[in-house]
Design a protein around this ligand. Structure first.
Ligand SMILES: [Zn+2]
Ligand SMILES: [Zn+2]
Length: 427
């Protein structure tokens, strides 16, 4: 009878040790860059009330319409697995009284997001997002700070073929007028739009602008642009951002198709693209969301943030053949021969680990050559050997793996000696 192994759920994946080195590398860069810019870490729960996202992200968005994992709890509450970071952070900001702290409150997070999307290469239904949110300040300089931080993280990761795409989608004063002229224009060409865009025309017409369909793009190439319809304060906000980006020598492309699709964005929207072999993919993006807090029920609080797709950045690093270095945390491999030696080795490993020395040994493999192979694989600087003779005479052989030199030490002194040598390496 053959047994079937239980498989992971469709669209979900394991991130194995070989890939973890990329994630740790990115996490270190991200955390350091955020902390150095005065951002503080926050984690919010995976499960939130469904209405938090319905109200803020918008009912007519792909996320809420098709992609949200929702369920009823045993007590009948409507709950959702967090599909994006911003709404949760703003909820946490309001709920935990951060409005009374000095503003802006600058937060960062590394959390998994869940979207019931069509699984395809490189896109998973659970993905890791590294994001920041800066709340409580309206200044366009905060937009520039946040954009510059995102770019710094990407640059420090070593990726080179990237670009900053930026746009302004206006505010509640100027956007409705633009929407109307866009809808009028699109209605004249409705026949040539794809099925999705015909629907978007009624529910979320701005999304027609970022449709990838060729026929839709040829129409929107000629459509009115938000940038030409901005009110004076939106225009001034955007102009200042571009001026400061120029001042920092940050290159950007004004992209009138960039709308980001979520209802809560106002004014600034941006994305960072990886461009390799003529194809583009967004590594992350963000924007300003000054009305979001009021939708949740809080007082008016401006905010801006971004989310970087960690899985996508890792894939881009692999495409560009960037391999992060891994620090070997095992310093010593302990080899034993014979029953008596095994017991002494086991105790020695325990003692070394208690002292903070990375130590490992084979508990099963018997032969000297097998154990030496394992030590070589771990690339340890030292191997300790306790054979039958050493076990009997309470001694240990230290082998320096680089020089091949061997010395004999009394067992009671060996842990301290190793500690001394290993500390020298790590200093
Ligand atoms: Zn405006
Ligand atoms: Zn379309």
């Amino acid at each position: 009878m053959s047994k079937k192994i239980i498989q992971s759920v469709r669209g979900m994946r394991d991130i194995l040790p070989e890939e973890q080195r990329y994630f740790s590398f990115l996490r270190n860069i991200f955390e350091t860059a955020c902390e150095q810019s005065g951002f503080q870490k926050i984690y919010t729960p995976t499960v939130e009330s469904t209405q938090l996202f319905e109200k803020t992200v918008g009912k007519a968005t792909d996320i809420v319409e098709k992609e949200m994992y929702t369920f009823k709890s045993k007590s009948g509450e409507n709950l959702a697995l967090r599909p994006e970071g911003t709404a949760s952070i703003v909820r946490a900001y309001l709920e935990n009284g951060m409005t009374s702290k000095p503003q802006p409150v600058k937060l960062y997070y590394q959390l998994p997001m869940f979207r019931y999307d069509r699984p395809q290469a490189g896109r998973y239904r659970e993905h890791w997002q590294f994001g920041v949110e800066a709340l409580g300040e309206k200044s366009p300089l905060l937009d520039v700070t946040v954009i510059a931080l995102a770019l710094r993280i990407i640059k420090q990761s070593g990726l080179s073929n990237t670009s900053l795409q930026i746009n302004s989608i206006g505010c509640h004063l100027c956007r409705p007028k633009f929407k109307k002229s866009l809808v009028n224009f699109l209605k004249e060409n409705e026949k040539k739009l794809c099925v999705d865009c015909k629907r978007r025309l009624k529910t979320n017409p701005l999304r027609v602008l970022d449709c990838k369909n060729d026929s839709c793009q040829s129409i929107t190439n000629e459509s009115p642009q938000m940038i030409n319809s901005l009110c004076s304060s939106c225009h001034e906000h955007f102009r200042t951002i571009l001026e400061y980006l120029d001042e920092l020598d940050i290159l950007y492309e004004i992209n009138p198709r960039l709308v980001r699709g979520l209802d809560y964005y106002v004014q600034t929207v941006f994305e960072i693209w990886s461009e390799l072999d003529g194809s583009q993919s967004a590594l992350g993006g963000g924007g300003r969301y000054d009305g979001l807090s009021e939708i949740i029920g809080g007082r008016k609080t401006p905010g801006i943030g971004f989310g970087l797709g960690a899985d996508r950045i890792v894939a881009a690093l692999q495409r560009e053949n960037i391999v992060p270095e891994v620090k070997n945390r095992v310093d010593v491999f302990v080899i034993q021969l014979g029953k008596e030696a095994k017991k002494k080795c086991f105790k020695l490993i325990y003692e070394l680990q208690n002292m903070g020395v990375g130590a490992e040994g084979s508990l099963d493999k018997g032969s000297m050559s097998d154990q030496l192979k394992m030590a070589n694989k771990l690339n340890v600087p030292y191997t300790l050997i306790i054979g039958q003779k050493e076990a009997f005479s309470d001694t240990v052989i230290i082998k320096d793996m680089a020089s091949g030199c061997q010395e004999i030490y009394p067992q009671e002194k060996i842990a301290k000696e190793i500690l001394k040598r290993v500390e020298k390496i790590h200093r």
